[in-house]
Design a protein around this ligand. Structure first.
Ligand code: BG6
Length: 293
């Protein structure tokens, strides 16, 4: 199908009626619905429909830079590029295909990309929709260069919530974090789950591989399980910042929270020929269950 920005999207479906939509623009998952047809990812009503910009919502891929502390455009260029479908990618473990509906995408740098980031690479993304409706994203970065390079990475996941005041994030208690992306000073989270009452922008360093986002009103919990992604970004722009964002409605910050599996604090370094894998699985359950798994 064609997205509103004119770029092709691939729709994955499972036999229970759940679905996921992936745009070739950025390799971005732009929609994920459960078997009742309820949208699980936030998408802004004012999302930019220009083909050159990432859509405000879904799961943009931030690569090879997160934030704007490096020399590249904010969150890197991968989310603004047109990816291609790869028919026969190098194989992955069978758990990443068995019983699942999936699509493989590929991004390679253009001449223009090599001018601002002079490292040749292959970035592969598999998006899987499981029989149970779970969404899994597997990214692989291969260094096809003659020299090593380093990068940051994030699955910038915009989760849809009833109201931000109803949300708790569990699993990051007692973790160290960087407040504000470019600051180096570390703070330590206190013992309680995270709740929101102002702008929030933190990178939790070397956090546990299971984080839960509880939405009390909807009685829905997102469980994020990550591999190869040591950090977790938690972001909500709140009222003032969202007013400065043209592609976010005035009160829409209340209906979203970004909780990203990421590799930011220690960039990943790959030698020539080496490959890195970062995997994120999102499960939706009626209540929290990280501790039981
Ligand atoms: C967040 C950053 O992860 O992404 C914010 O912490 C940033 O600083 C936000 O504003 C959205 O970025 P962008 O480039 O998609 O507007």
């Amino acid at each position: 199908v064609k997205g509103s920005n004119g770029v092709d999207q691939i729709v994955l479906r499972n036999s229970q009626g759940a679905s996921a939509k992936v745009s070739l623009h950025g390799g971005q998952v732009v929609s994920w619905r459960n078997d009742r047809g309820e949208e699980l990812l936030f998408a802004s009503s004012k999302a930019n429909s220009k083909a050159s910009k990432a859509i405000r919502g879904g799961i943009p891929i931030c690569f090879p830079q997160f934030g704007n502390c490096g020399s590249l455009e904010q969150h890197g260029f991968a989310r603004n590029k047109i990816w291609i479908v790869e028919e026969n990618p190098p194989s992955l473990p069978s758990k990443d295909s068995r019983g699942k509906s999936f699509i493989d995408l590929l991004l390679k740098p253009t001449e223009e990309d090599l001018k601002c980031w002079p490292h040749s690479f292959e970035l592969r993304l598999r998006v899987c929709l499981g029989m149970d409706g779970n969404l899994t994203l597997i990214s692989r970065v291969r260094n096809t260069n003659a020299k090593p390079f380093s990068f940051s990475f994030a699955y910038h996941s915009y989760l849809s919530v009833s109201d931000i005041s109803e949300v708790r994030v569990e699993g990051l208690e007692t973790m160290d974090y960087l407040d504000n992306l470019c600051q180096k000073e570390r703070f330590t989270e206190q013992g309680d789950a995270i709740t929101f009452e102002a702008e929030f922008e933190r990178v939790y360093i070397s956090s546990p591989n299971c984080v839960a986002v509880l939405d009390h009103e909807r009685k829905r919990t997102y469980v994020l399980k990550k591999e190869g992604l040591p950090d977790v970004v938690v972001w909500n722009p709140w009222e003032k910042k969202s007013k400065s964002m043209a592609d976010l409605g005035a009160h829409e910050y209340r209906q979203m929270v970004c909780v990203d599996g990421a590799a930011i604090e220690k960039p990943v370094t790959l030698k020539p020929g080496e490959e890195w894998t970062g995997r994120l699985e999102i499960i939706v359950v009626p209540s929290s269950f990280c501790s039981k798994n």
